[in-house]
Design a protein around this ligand. Structure first.
Ligand SMILES: [Zn+2]
Ligand SMILES: [Zn+2]
Length: 372
């Protein structure tokens, strides 16, 4: 896996305060030491470019800690006291993960905010894997129907992890979390999670099939923000009153009377950036917003115009990314591409400055920013 990723992690002070940690989603403060994990991806014209995903030291992906420690030991740009501190942090992180004594949870108790989930489950049905493109990389994803004596839920597995489970067998998930995707709760492994074989046996006929926790439903829609107090769940910035926001609100009442509720808001562009099918998600959002009359026809028109500019700006940013890695940068070619795509140049500039493209943060060279 790490070979496929290519390249070593880097440890450096954050050059700006713009990048968000890929694990906790919070911003990494300028000058704070951060961990950069290389992710190669392919630009529209077929070039392979390595961009970095950044993490707080405390949020380092466990499977990368060994290589981070290796890089740390050879690093000359940090003084030894700081190096020792980081080393200690990383080693403690590994120890914590190994010894974490987390209580087992049952399917019925899963809620949209569940984290560090440890659960023993039987595999009811394993769906076929399908290919999706995530951040320009082809991956395989499969839905696995699992359950215990309290209910069932869908487990989403990616790539190699799919081959780890078989129908009718019992497994234990550690450090899983709940992702609400397209309005439904799904159990996921994430960066930190793992699947283990277990001696326990959950017989399929003991699984309570009539309670399906995946039925937890939220229908996201767009509305003008009613106040300036709410923050976007992705970028954590405030959503100004009157700006469009995506709302995911839901309540569920179980047979035994327990209630779960969840309220989340997002900037429209943040919500779309986190999806690999922005256009389809956008169309769905507009439809549900019209159904519940949270947007007027005029607002739908305004939103649709904004979205078209957003889409072409993203495409343009993708096209110029290849140039960013080549220095010196020909400013004229950036302008040319923007013109060809019919995108105002200031939007390209903004896309580069935000360093955000399809959810991946890349670092434009300081020289480029100056030239812009
Ligand atoms: Zn973090
Ligand atoms: Zn946002």
């Amino acid at each position: 896996m790490s070979e496929k990723m290519g390249g070593k992690p880097k440890i450096e002070p954050a050059k700006s305060g713009r990048a968000s940690c890929r694990f906790c989603n919070k911003k990494i403060v300028k000058q704070e030491l951060r961990i950069g994990i290389p992710y190669p991806f392919t630009t529209p014209d077929g070039k392979t470019v390595t961009s970095y995903g950044y993490y707080h030291v405390d949020c380092s992906p466990p499977d990368k800690i060994d290589s981070i420690l290796e890089v740390l030991s050879t690093l000359t740009s940090l003084d030894s006291e700081i190096k020792d501190q980081i080393k200690e942090k990383l080693e403690n992180l590994l120890k914590d993960l190994e010894s974490s004594q987390i209580e087992e949870i049952k399917v019925i108790d899963l809620s949209p905010s569940s984290r560090n989930i440890q659960l023993t489950f039987g595999v009811i049905e394993k769906g076929d894997g399908r290919t999706v493109v995530v951040r320009k990389e082809e991956r395989t994803v499969a839905d696995i129907k699992i359950g215990d004596e309290t209910g069932t839920i869908n487990l989403t597995l990616w790539d190699e992890a799919i081959n780890q489970v078989r129908e009718g067998k019992t497994y234990k998930i550690k450090n899983g979390y709940i992702n609400v995707f397209q309005g439904r709760m799904r159990l996921e492994l994430g960066n930190w999670g793992s699947l283990e074989d277990t001696d326990e046996v959950i017989k399929l006929d003991s699984i309570k099939l009539d309670i399906d926790r995946s039925q937890f439903m939220t229908i996201p829609f767009i509305e003008p923000s009613k106040s300036s107090r709410g923050a976007c769940r992705i970028c954590e910035k405030k959503i100004e009153k009157g700006n469009f926001r995506v709302a995911e609100q839901s309540e569920i009442e179980l047979e035994d009377g327990r209630k779960f509720s969840s309220h989340k808001f997002f900037h429209v562009h943040c919500y779309l950036e986190s999806s690999s099918e922005a256009q389809a998600v956008f169309d769905d959002l507009v439809r549900t917003s019209q159904d519940r009359k949270s947007l007027s026809q005029i607002e739908v028109k305004k939103l649709t115009d904004e979205f078209q500019v957003y889409l072409s700006a993203d495409e343009t940013a993708a096209a110029v990314l290849a140039l960013i890695t080549e220095e010196p940068i020909k400013i004229e070619s950036l302008k040319e591409i923007a013109k060809k795509k019919g995108v105002p140049f200031h939007i390209v500039k903004q896309a580069l400055e935000n360093g955000l493209m399809n959810g991946i943060y890349f670092e434009p060279s300081p020289g480029l920013i100056q030239k812009l």
